[in-house]
Design a protein around this ligand. Structure first.
Ligand code: COA
Length: 341
């Protein structure tokens, strides 16, 4: 029987036009451009809702993550030159769905007119896209589907407390999308390793709005609908886990740092990125960094990285690409892709 691999055949993205700079944040919370740049590497991030910068603007209905994901999907399909009607499955990776239900994948299916697709949402925080990519890969490899869209989209500004300097400076909004299709060549998504440590859940969470703490005056008063993070603990785990799993994926595939053409790590903090690349023995010129302009876009980070790399020519046919991520849960993982276009 012929072996089938899953290849990424197109990419798309969406970034809101509104830019929230470190200088803007200086006016909102007790922070400084210098502190944010030195401790995180972030200069600016994108936000859907301008009222974060200017509270006097009128209240418009927010467009949500489905809008960003749909725009990214439309661009992805357009670049491939195919209709949404050819899509079999949509995997929508997010921690900021438009609503608790229906699933955001269903909203996107309707928005883009993917008449014959089914779909579902996948929640793994910053690891969401990598997990979704691995799920989509299995549907292609098994022969069940021929065209799968994997979307990573998060509107983190909708769950951030812009009075909490520990978290609001870190994240931005955005979406990225890839199309997976079968190939008989030894290329595409070739290997992965993913892990979970549920003991980490207490260090990065949004406590209310789910079944354990349904929305009430109390949950709103106690600010339980915002991101809570113990930054130092998450930082420590992110550094060691991302390095471990990145080294493991190299070893599993008999690769060394010098064999990697591009490394796209999750963009949470420039210091985590540097430490991981160093452990892998990868030269800094081969590490994609876009945290300075987007911040941490959660599930959108990895596909936005691939989008940038395709456009600036850093990813071409045959490139050895490693993706690595870490997120709430804790969840983490890494995959090896031989780029195919
Ligand atoms: N501006 C100015 N000072 C700030 C600040 C801000 N935006 N945020 C925190 N501080 C202060 C803290 O209050 C603390 O002050 P204190 O010593 O008086 O208590 C001091 O800076 C140092 O805080 P600390 O938490 O040790 O800073 P840090 O160097 O660990 O950086 C993070 C904080 C959040 C940037 C860092 O821990 C981090 O990146 N964590 C992981 C983030 C992450 O990966 N999240 C998503 C998972 S994918």
């Amino acid at each position: 029987m012929t072996k089938i691999n899953a290849a990424i055949t197109s990419v798309g993205h969406y970034l809101p036009k509104n830019i929230l700079t470190n200088k803007d944040l200086e006016k909102i919370v007790d922070t400084s451009n210098k502190w944010i740049l030195e401790r995180t590497g972030i200069s600016e991030r994108r936000i859907m809702d301008k009222r974060i910068i200017n509270k006097t603007l009128p209240l418009n209905e927010s467009k949500g993550s489905s809008f960003m994901g749909s725009e990214a999907a439309k661009e992805c399909l357009e670049r491939r030159g195919i209709s949404a009607k050819e899509i079999d499955l949509i995997i929508f990776c997010t921690v900021t769905p438009d609503m608790m239900f229906p699933a955001t994948a269903c909203l996107v299916q309707n928005n883009i007119g993917a008449d014959k697709a089914w779909g579902y949402d996948l929640s793994a925080g910053c690891s969401g896209f990598l997990y979704g990519l691995m799920a989509g890969t299995q549907f292609i490899k098994s022969g069940a589907h021929k065209k799968v869209l994997v979307i990573g989209a998060d509107m983190m500004s909708s769950i951030l407390n812009y009075e909490d300097r520990n978290t609001c400076i870190l994240f931005g909004d955005g979406a990225g999308c890839v199309l997976l299709e079968p190939t008989e060549e030894e290329e595409g998504v070739l290997d992965f390793t993913c892990q979970v440590d549920g003991g980490g859940g207490e260090f990065l969470k949004m406590e209310a709005g789910g079944s354990r703490n349904p929305t009430s005056h109390k949950t709103v008063d106690e600010q339980m609908h915002y991101v809570y993070q113990d930054g130092r603990t998450v930082f420590k785990h992110a550094v060691s886990r991302m390095a471990e799993v990145s080294v493991k994926i190299l070893e599993q595939n008999n690769l060394e740092g010098k064999d990697v053409d591009l490394f796209i790590p999750h963009q949470a903090n420039i210091r985590i990125i540097d430490a991981t690349a160093k452990r892998m023995g990868i030269d800094s010129s081969k590490v994609l960094i876009n945290i300075q302009k987007y911040g941490n876009t959660t599930a959108a980070t990895l596909p936005l990285g691939m989008y940038d790399a395709v456009n600036d020519g850093r990813l071409t046919k045959g490139s050895n690409l490693i993706l690595t991520t870490f997120g709430t849960g804790f969840t983490w993982g890494s995959c090896y892709i031989k780029w195919n276009y």
